[in-house]
Design a protein around this ligand. Structure first.
Ligand code: HMG
Ligand code: MG
Length: 299
């Protein structure tokens, strides 16, 4: 059965903008994007990333972005934190939630955060302790759940094992990342079934990139298995530096349109969201990656 409502986690300001080529996007634009998303009814926004600016220059102004946001009641503002330094910055900035991130593939973990999966989990221990001390919720990401740019197919048991470790550390939710968007519906369901043996389905989220145009189909598939939290990016912003031709996350507008058609509530005003998508793509000088955004043509 399909859920009656879905929580959308808008990751555009983080996953969408982190790989943007060219000059660093002005802090004001990032802040305006986050404020517009909140005004459109998005209740969960990944706003920034407290990672090394040497690794991800676009997120180097995380503290300024967090300071610039006009906080809306009922909106959770989250930040990505790879280590203790990151979580300290996020706490200082008033983040409502932090996210730790690792992968189901050793090679991807090495390229992304420069350590092994086991080392990443060790590194998260003080991160989680600091967040807990400050009553901040912790979300966990597992990348490459349906394929890795270096290792190819990934064993669902490996996804399940890493997800379970993150849950046991204290993450309230584990977001399953099809980082390079290679998944297809039946494989997505098989992977999810294996992970759901270790982590309750209501503590799992789908984080699907749309590189191969499969993300909506994959989401429709896993919605039928009880997934009710979906990560998406307005205008489909994003891309992955480690995968050629990669597009961004599934577009939030496309997800909301599909969910509305299924009678599933999101609390988001689609027209406002589409207008925000058109606005940010104009700011970035990009094409809009949302079909629904283009069709609605809002500005
Ligand atoms: P490292 O080089 O192994 O470690 O990086 P380090 O401790 O030597 O740090 C390198 C430099 O960064 C040092 O500066 C540190 O001080 C500084 P230097 O001494 O050379 O001047 N540094 C920091 N600066 C600011 N904030 C920090 C911080 N930590 C260190 N928190 C590290 C290890 C983990 C730091 C690095 O690899 C890193 O930042 N990686 C982040 C990569 C990233 O953000 N990737 C994208 C997000 S994950 C993703 O997109 C997937 C997801 O969407 C799900 C999916 O789609 O699958 C979540
Ligand atoms: Mg991602």
């Amino acid at each position: 059965a399909l859920p009656s409502s879905v929580r959308i986690v808008e990751v555009g300001p983080r996953d969408g903008l982190q790989n943007e080529a060219g000059p660093v996007i002005a802090t004001d634009i990032k802040v305006a994007l986050i404020n517009r998303l909140a005004a459109a009814g998005v209740s969960h926004i990944e706003a920034a990333s407290f990672v090394s600016p040497k690794w991800v220059p676009q997120m180097g102004d995380a503290a300024a972005v967090m300071a610039g946001i006009t906080r809306h009641d009922g909106v959770a503002y989250a930040a990505l934190t790879p280590n203790l330094r990151g979580v300290e910055g996020a706490i200082e900035s008033g983040a409502d939630e932090v996210a730790i991130f690792t992968a189901a593939s050793e090679s991807f973990t090495r390229k992304n955060i420069n350590c092994s999966i086991a080392e990443s989990l060790e590194r998260f221990v003080p991160v989680v302790e600091a967040a807990k001390r400050n009553n901040i919720r912790i979300r966990g990401y597992v990348s490459t759940v349906l394929g890795c740019p270096y290792e190819g197919d990934i064993d669902p048991s490996q996804v399940a094992a890493v997800s379970r470790e993150l849950l046991d550390m204290g993450c309230y939710e584990i977001s399953l990342g099809d980082t390079i968007g290679v998944g297809t519906p039946v494989r997505a369901r098989k992977m999810l079934a294996r992970v759901a043996n270790e982590v309750p389905i209501n503590q799992l989220a789908a984080h699907f990139h749309d590189t191969y145009g499969q993300a909506l189909a994959n989401l429709y598939a896993v919605l039928q298995d009880g997934i009710s939290v979906i990560d998406s990016s307005v205008a489909g912003l994003g891309g992955c530096p480690y995968a050629s031709g990669a597009s961004g996350n599934v577009a939030s507008e496309d997800v909301v349109y599909m969910l509305e058609g299924l009678g599933i509530k999101t609390g988001i005003d689609l027209k406002e969201l589409a207008a925000t998508g058109n606005w940010i793509t104009q700011q970035l000088g990009r094409n809009n990656g949302s079909k629904v955004g283009l069709a609605l043509g809002c500005s």
